[in-house]
Design a protein around this ligand. Structure first.
Ligand code: FES
Length: 113
């Protein structure tokens, strides 16, 4: 019998890749695709990808566009607003690999849509 309390992935990161054609603010305007690709590449390169480890996923709008570009990590439910490649590198190294939240990149709690 399988253990239902053990999560399939230890950590799961979702990147909003939403793109709006009407000119409204969206994560795709702020380098979300590149950030997603970089995160995936790093996780793979470091052997962190797979069951019991980490999964990097695309997501649509998570309704926190004002804090974009947005990524969220579960099971901790930590929301990040990243700016550049160095931020992605830090999220991978610190949070996804070592379980330490990158406090300076946390999305301010009041930022929604
Ligand atoms: S467009 Fe990314 S959270 Fe809404």
């Amino acid at each position: 019998m399988s253990d239902t309390t053990t999560p399939y992935y230890q950590r799961h990161i979702f990147f909003c890749l939403n793109e709006r054609s009407n000119g409204e603010n969206c994560c795709a305007q702020h380098g979300a695709q590149q950030a997603f690709e970089r995160c995936k590449m790093l996780v793979k390169q470091q052997g962190l990808m797979g069951p019991g480890k980490v999964r990097v996923n695309k997501a649509g709008c998570m309704d926190r566009c004002a804090g974009g570009p947005i990524a969220v990590v579960y099971p901790e439910g930590v929301w990040y607003t990243y700016v550049d490649e160095a931020d992605i590198d830090e999220i991978v190294e610190s949070h996804l690999k070592n379980g330490v939240v990158v406090e300076r990149l946390r999305t301010p709690p009041e930022l929604g849509r």
